[in-house]
Design a protein around this ligand. Structure first.
Ligand SMILES: Cc1cc2nc3c(=O)[nH]c(=O)nc-3n(C[C@H](O)[C@H](O)[C@H](O)COP(=O)(O)OP(=O)(O)OC[C@H]3O[C@@H](n4cnc5c(N)ncnc54)[C@H](O)[C@@H]3O)c2cc1C
Length: 352
């Protein structure tokens, strides 16, 4: 974890602080390290750390993050979860530094410059942003905010309790998570690669946004966040095409001397892309050849076999369909793989 410098205290007064603490720990365990001891808990990930204590009818919160923007983001995430856990029950949440209703610090408006297919089912949008440098550090991923068609976008703001005030009704935004594939600081442009996936007949606003994008279209980005390039000399990378942008970016940022084995599951050979890396990169493409995405188990099988010959220090990184991600997490847990040496993300979910 990076050095932590930005701190903030908060106090939540829920109906049952101990239950609130249990609820937070249960929600964060999938994406963060959670240490629980009696009436205290610490939640930590690359974005920062939250120390929580349930005492005297309230839950004290101490946040500590490497950047001011991350602090705002962590405050927002904690606030959102607290209110979700509280449901209909009353909850008071105050912060030492109460945010004024204002634009979100990690929000940026973007404009589509061009759109073209990299492979038959991967569409690349090049987008312009006045402040691309903002997206260089702090994570590989963003929340893409898609405004309703034909309306001037209304962007979210911060509420005094730290939650995001999302526009509602006709101004409601569609939110999907994507990876910044590459950043061009000189041109003030970034690429995002969108999978044009199957939908089982359901709408797919994220993929449709890419499919129909025209130069000049406006959208918003919130972030960056959600994990960066792991600090490891030996790494196993695994993912389906939704994780290919992240795998490409990790490979591109890994230094010479490090060793990567990457398993990428795609439909056919036509979806393969060249990957560039200064590291020693061994890439193995896995083809579904007509099987439905998120059903093959190929990634888990590949990791299972590769990890047999890997050193215990090897970092295992994966991004794929939710049940496949769970199978990989279960595999690593069963093998006793150090949790600090893995990051396994659910990138999308098949309909139940
Ligand atoms: C950290 C992170 C980074 C991500 N980065 C990227 C990225 O760079 N590029 C990218 O394309 N995606 C990425 N994703 C995945 C993306 O957020 C999801 O695929 C999202 O569901 C797409 O939204 P949609 O509106 O197109 O479809 P949705 O409205 O979410 O889903 C519509 C239907 O399509 C199905 N579906 C969704 N995604 C897929 C898929 N990939 N294959 C098959 N069926 C699918 C759903 O099960 C549902 O039935 C990332 C996700 C995470 C968590």
């Amino acid at each position: 974890m990076m050095a932590e410098r930005f701190t903030l205290s908060g106090t939540a007064v829920p109906v049952d602080p101990a239950r609130m603490l249990d609820g937070l720990c249960a929600r964060f365990v999938e994406h963060s390290d959670v240490w629980r001891s009696g009436n205290t808990a610490t939640l930590a990930n690359h974005s920062g750390k939250a120390d929580l204590r349930s005492e005297g009818g309230q839950l004290s919160i101490e946040l500590s993050c490497p950047t001011a923007a991350m602090l705002q983001m962590v405050r927002n995430v904690i606030a959102e979860h607290l209110f979700m856990i509280a449901g209909d029950e009353p909850l008071e949440l105050t912060w030492a530094d109460m945010p004024k209703p204002s634009a979100l610090p990690d929000f940026r408006e973007i404009r589509v410059v061009s759109a073209s297919n990299v492979t038959p089912h991967m569409r690349r949008l090049t987008i312009a942003c006045a402040d691309v440098a903002h997206f260089r550090d702090g994570g590989l991923h963003v929340r893409l905010l898609i405004p309703p068609k034909g309306r001037a976008p209304v962007w979210p703001s911060t509420r005094p309790d730290g939650r995001i005030d999302w526009p509602k009704g006709e101004d409601e935004l569609t939110v999907r998570i994507y990876t910044i594939r590459s950043i061009d600081l000189d041109r003030r442009e970034m690429d995002i690669d969108f999978v044009l996936h199957d939908t089982c007949g359901l709408p797919m606003p994220g993929a449709d946004f890419a499919q129909n994008a025209r130069p000049g279209d406006v959208a918003g980005l919130l972030g960056p966040g959600g994990g960066g390039v792991p600090d490891a000399a030996d790494m196993i990378l695994a993912g389906d095409e939704t994780a290919l942008p992240a795998i490409s970016r990790i490979a591109a940022e890994m230094p010479a001397g490090s060793r990567l084995v990457a398993f990428v599951e795609v439909e056919t050979e036509a979806e393969e892309q060249p990957l560039v890396s200064a590291a020693t990169l061994d890439i193995r493409w896995l083809h579904r050849n007509g099987a439905a995405a998120g059903t093959t188990g190929m990634l888990e099988k590949a990791i299972r076999s590769e990890i047999e010959r890997a050193s215990p220090d090897t970092f295992v990184w994966a991004g794929c369909e939710r049940s496949e991600a769970k199978a990989i997490r279960d595999l690593l847990k069963a093998r006793g793989h150090d949790r600090q040496r893995s990051s396994i993300g659910s990138y999308w979910q098949r309909p139940q």
